[in-house]
Design a protein around this ligand. Structure first.
Ligand code: HEM
Ligand code: HEM
Length: 182
């Protein structure tokens, strides 16, 4: 379990696994949309669905451990801001893949994990036929908007971690790297 001075290996492993996968999925998502690289869509969906499993495990783990306690005494405002930022990050990591599934499912494209079909596609000839154009549009808009919102928050979050390390010179980043003693 997590303490004020140390994070458990599970916390650290889940944080960096999910962080790296999400950063990769955002880059892949933006790239494939901008370059219309249709062959990358199935890879994005497959990794996104696998990431979703790790995200749910992480959420359950965070629920059991509570949010991180500050490594040193901080103002109430700073504590509440950090907790709120972590909660928003956790919520976005759940809602983002769900909106991707909503879009892919409702648009008739379907989704699965590397050939293992989870939600079937709906086609007429070569064309995907939407099951629901409305839900498809909502899912697509949400996925795009929330993807860019999450990217912005991740940049701020990483900047905050660096500020702790370089300016405050406290153990916030070291604790997440597993470099704290005792
Ligand atoms: C280079 C990228 C990143 C760095 C340097 C970084 C650093 C950190 C650090 C130092 C903490 C501990 C904060 C504390 O003790 O109060 C933390 C916690 C957290 N980070 Fe990151 N992080 C990064 C990427 C991400 C990404 C991509 C996400 C998810 C979208 C994320 C979500 C969280 C959450 C939810 C917490 C709360 C603790 C937990 O649930 O594990 N981080 N991060
Ligand atoms: C945490 C996991 C995920 C992240 C971080 C993520 C991120 C992104 C991003 C940033 C984009 C580009 C959006 C744009 O430029 O408009 C994108 C596109 C897309 N994603 Fe994801 N995604 C995730 C999971 C999923 C899942 C699980 C699915 C479906 C099963 C999915 C399906 C799609 C599709 C179909 C597009 C193309 C959307 C379009 O053409 O407008 N994504 N994703």
């Amino acid at each position: 379990m997590d303490t004020k001075t140390n994070f458990s290996r599970t916390t650290i492993a889940l944080h960096w696994l999910v962080a790296a996968t999400i950063i990769g999925l955002i880059a892949l998502g933006i790239y494939m949309v901008e370059t219309e690289s249709w062959h990358l869509y199935d890879i994005h969906k497959s990794i996104g669905l696998l990431a979703f499993v790790a995200i749910l495990a992480r959420l359950a783990w965070r629920w059991r451990n509570g949010l991180p306690q500050p490594v040193r005494p901080v103002s109430r405002l700073e504590h509440v801001t950090a907790a709120a930022a972590h909660v928003v990050l956790l919520i976005l990591t759940v809602v983002l893949p769900l909106s991707g599934m909503l879009y892919s499912g409702a648009s008739g494209h379907g989704f699965g994990i590397f050939g293992w079909e989870i939600f079937p596609s709906h086609h007429s000839g070569d064309q995907a036929v939407p099951l629901s154009p409305q839900w498809s549009d909502i899912g697509q808009s949400m996925h795009g908007f929330l993807g860019y919102l999450l990217l912005t928050l991740i940049v701020l979050h990483a900047a905050a971690a660096l500020k702790h390390h370089v300016i405050d010179k406290d153990a916030t980043l070291k604790r997440m790297l597993g470099r704290t003693s005792d």
